[in-house]
Design a protein around this ligand. Structure first.
Ligand SMILES: Cc1ncc(COP(=O)(O)O)c(C=O)c1O
Length: 381
């Protein structure tokens, strides 16, 4: 393997080491038990213009809590886009509701409002839109559909920290939104997530469900059989420290996206993460879509990269095409053609914080060589 063997990885500095050490030494007793978690929650909510934030063990459990808090269950339908990590969708099954797949938009790679409207039925309770790889869907159009049909809008902003759409931050849309602090994300706690909510009753319900349905009035007394999705102060301290560096980290991600733009600027019919209207892409992960004229698919590119010593990561497969959702590719490719087409032609590019410009150039030149193009010697060449 070449010098880039890690596609993802965090940026950890003295600040994180010192903060976690402080939590290790002092964060166990009295008001210190959840001190970092609570500070992190407060500042994270504030940054996103939300009233409440709740840290969770991961983003997947944040989605679960929100669906439970909204009272969605058997007999209900929830819509998700075809192209996303499976975590956006799994909890729909776990709560006993039906998963319905919508198509994506060719330009944003996120759910399209037209497709969303097409799959709404009287049983639809919610839609989970995904800010894929830091991209943003056409939120104005999505919101007008959810309002018209009276369904909940949930924003899966797992990978969209720092993205902005029309001056509003990713994570500020809908009844609730979720973030991931997985090892691969822009800010990380190894595993971790955050649920953002504005409605007080919904917040209280999710809060209650997060810790075994404990009674408010009586110690060690449980009102319902609920869940154990409590955060940990050590992880909270890491998240808090990382979050102090949010702008620096988002700028580092954007630097990678901008470098990829430079390296591929001379190649027609290649597409990288777009900037949202009147906003910016937080660029958690730069993806590259090969236009149809290249007559190339992701498996071929990934196998050619492997021959050159580089690891490749595919664009998300349409969920309905996989065994987990019944391998329904033949039927669903007709219903959601853009997701099926675009997914075949996309890969994700190295996004680790320690990726140097030289490594980025080496990787990009490997792609250029698969396309039969001369290497670039310099990013600005
Ligand atoms: C779009 C999306 N949603 C949800 C998740 C789940 O996040 P976690 O691994 O923190 O549960 C991910 C993880 O990568 C994701 O990419």
């Amino acid at each position: 393997m070449n010098s880039i063997t890690e596609l993802f990885g965090p940026s950890i500095t003295e600040l994180e080491l010192k903060t976690v050490m402080d939590a290790m030494q002092n964060g166990w007793y009295g008001s210190q038990k959840y001190w970092y978690v609570e500070k992190f929650e407060r500042e994270f909510a504030q940054y996103h213009g939300r009233k409440y934030a709740m840290m969770t063990p991961n983003c997947t459990s944040a989605i679960h809590l929100l669906l439970l808090g909204l009272g969605i269950g058997p007999g209900d339908e929830v819509i998700v886009p075809e192209c996303t990590w499976i975590a956006s969708a799994t909890n729909i099954t776990h709560i006993g509701a039906k998963t319905v797949f919508a198509d994506i938009d060719e330009n944003t790679w996120c759910m399209s409002a037209e497709s969303l409207e097409r799959v709404i039925t009287p049983k639809t309770k919610a839609v989970i839109v995904v800010d894929l790889y830091g991209n943003m869907p056409d939120m104005d159009a999505i919101r007008s559909v959810t309002k018209k049909h009276g369904i909940y809008l949930i924003e899966d902003a797992a990978g969209a920290l720092g993205s902005v759409y029309r001056d509003k931050r990713a994570g500020s849309f809908g009844i609730g939104s979720v973030f991931s602090f997985h090892r691969t994300k822009t800010i990380t706690t190894g595993e971790g997530g955050m649920l953002l909510i504005d409605d007080q009753k919904l917040y209280e319900r999710c809060h209650f469900l997060r810790d075994h349905g404990r009674s408010r009035d009586k110690h060690y007394f449980n009102d319902e059989v609920a869940y154990k999705y409590m955060p940990c102060n050590l992880l909270g301290s890491l998240g808090y420290a990382q979050f102090q560096r949010v702008e620096e980290l988002v700028q580092a991600k954007r630097h990678l996206l901008e470098c990829y733009r430079l390296v591929f600027a001379d190649v027609p019919d290649l597409y990288l993460n777009p900037e949202p209207p009147e906003g910016r892409n937080g660029a958690w992960c730069t993806a590259l879509i090969f236009g149809r004229s290249h007559k190339i698919n992701k498996e071929y590119i990934i196998s050619e990269l492997a021959k050159r010593g580089f690891e490749g990561r595919p664009f998300f497969y349409p969920l309905s095409s996989m065994p987990a959702y019944g391998s329904r590719g033949a039927e669903m490719a007709l219903k959601n053609p853009i997701a099926y087409d675009l997914s075949c032609r996309g890969i994700c590019l190295p996004a680790a914080f320690r990726t140097s410009d030289t490594q980025l150039l080496e990787y990009s030149n490997a792609i250029r060589s698969v396309l039969g193009l001369a290497p670039k010697i310099d990013l600005n060449e």
